[in-house]
Ligand binder design. Sequence first.
Ligand code: ADP
Ligand code: ZN
Ligand code: ZN
Length: 787
Amino acid sequence: RVVVPFGKKKYVTGIVCSLAPVAPVDYEVKPIAIALDSKPIVRFPQIKFWEWIAEYYMCAIGDVYKAAVPAALKVESETYVEINPDIELADELMSLTEIEVMIMQLLQHEGSLPVADIEKKLQSHQLTRSISCMLESGHIIISEKLVERYRPERKSYVVPLFNSDNYRDAFESVKGARKQEQLLQALLSLSDIHRPGVATREVERDTLLKRADVAPAILSALVKKGLVAIHKKEVNRFKFDGEGSGDLPELSEVQQQALSELYAQFRDKSTVLLHGVTASGKTEIYSHLIEQQLNQGNQVLYLVPEIALTTQLTQRLQKIFGNRVVVYHSKFSDNERVDIWKKMLDESKPWVILGARSSLFLPFSRLGLVIVDEEHDASYKQTDPAPRYNARDAAIVLASMHGAKTLLGSATPAIDTYFKATSGKYGLVTLSRRFNNQPLPPIKIIDLTAARKKKEMTGPLTISTIQAVNQTLDNNKQAIFFRNRRGFAPIARCKQCAWIPKCHNCDVTLTYHQSSHKLVCHYCGATYPLPNLCPQCRQPSVEVIGYGTERVEEELLNLFPSRKIIRMDLDTTRNKGNYQSLIEQFSAGKADILIGTQMVTKGLDFKNVKTVTVVNADELITFPDFKSSERGFNMLEQVAGRAGRGDSDGASVLVQTYQPDHPIYPFVVNHDYKGFYDYEIQERQRFNYPPFTRIIYVYLKHRDRGALQTFSQAYAGHLRQLLGNRVQGPDEPKVSRIKSLYIQRIMIKIESTASMAKVRNLLHQTYSAMASDPTMRTSTIYYDVDP
Ligand code: ADP
Ligand code: ZN
Ligand code: ZN
């Protein structure tokens, strides 16, 4: 990394990608200000991988860099000023005003300071003018002091100042002071310093105090006596204890056969899909593949779609592989992430990196295998901000850059993936039975319209659902409720005049959160009070409608008053440790019911869960998008997969819906992935959707609705000239305004055989051509490739 001047006063960090033998002639080059590292912080092929993402997903490479590198490795520049070292201070002070003298004295004392700090210290806000004058007169100069944000962790170490020859003297000098003796004794046993021939060894302060079981004051006493010294040292936070058992789970016959097939397919395919029903033991098979890679000295990247999943998996994998398991995701502090990054740069050990999508960007050295678990999961796609990449697809590219293999695992493969696996592009291995031949749990579709008519509902649940759950709980088993809305109620409304509060910045209704007594916009985070009086009709008649996780929890507390309930959603898992503690509590049987958003549906392995309830399946299956059936089927099948994992006796899945006749339910009820795939692939072909075409959305955003409409019409028109009827729209997406910007979307559908490079070229061409339109300057335009 280097710091380079950018414009007049700014400094930015950059990464040197290549060296040119001669200086460019068409612009002036400035010298590099500082080289930050003594060795590179990225390694081959990382930059190549960033370039691929930037090109394929049509964004700036800087956006990829921002997503890839932990913030702490980037340098910030703040404007610092200091006294011009070339002036004679004593002479100059005479010619300055009172305030200028104060500034000079402050700088003389402090060296250099950011302008903001000078204002703070002198308690004045009008200093910019004085400072500019002083800059102009040459009394002070700008010193760009760079702040590196990475703070290494420092620890104190104790160094004995005696050796094997004179350690007895040391004991002599503390004679009678029992605690000090105790401390010296501990120091000897930890440092071995009393043994002849042992070089000076330091001991970590906290470890020493713990071993000696004495207070820090005792250590200070030894320092005063000149027996030991203390010094601070940087340590890497990245560390794990324990070796792991190395014991792999013994595979069942069916699993063993699947494993052999995987090895066989990997011989001539670089990507293989493992299609195994829920609880068939895919994780067990992965551990065998991991073991083989580690034995060969290779690294393995194990990707999961949700951070929540790393918790259980870390435990399962660490039991086997011990400290060779490394976890990495965005809930880690920035400093922790840098530590892992640096460790991976310094050492090329065989590790399993377990992480969410950002772990794709780590500096791998010997990548042998990438496992993409739950490969169908929509969370692998980053929607905002750029790079809008799909981590599964990028993983395949990353693996090929390393000459590594990719294993995609799922009970409900993405339509796109299954298409590739059945047409020979990927290998395919199938596991159609659960481990121990447990049957998949029966699924009941519960008609909410009918239940409502017959008045067989309490809050969001039907009587039959409540009965089934009661039975489960009476048998000392656990239940899960799935509701894909957080907060208390998704809508507030006036009973009198039907007024509905909406966000001022976005085109969305506000969700009422009871814990904070606020209406919250889930798109921009803005909060509003819930009005006592309707602002439209002035009546005290504003009510909240519908059920979010908070309200379902409240209903459950009323329905099952003696049971302990855990809620898991974005609001209860804001911190790194939250997931772990909630999942552990539920696993350990410290609660009877788990209610949550989609994070409770994916991949978690709870042995004691018998009943899983989907509170409202309608919004899972009716989403205005060509992938809505796929997502709905996957989610329902995954939810179902949480029931009866230990043993399936009495397990059931309850799906509450207002549309019991929806075409995907028969497939769900029969756990018929293949049937669903055949149905869905025909729909895709009929309507010319992926995998038969590729889709790129062009998003246009602007503050002014009218200007945006005219502009996006013109934009689509230009695209049509180049791409013909492959261009559709512009249209308004379902949420047509976010954070005060109106949104229009143009869809480009391209034959799967067409050259993407050519299409990208035409898109870039349109972008340049539209630059002359005055609206362009104030709009935001970006692409979403393979949405
Ligand atoms: P999947 O990842 O396919 O959903 P898991 O790997 O989580 O399935 O396995 C489901 C359950 O069955 C887990 O609790 C796991 O411990 C158990 N299991 C699977 N295979 C074996 C095996 N070979 N030996 C012992 N237990 C197994
Ligand atoms: Zn009203
Ligand atoms: Zn908003």
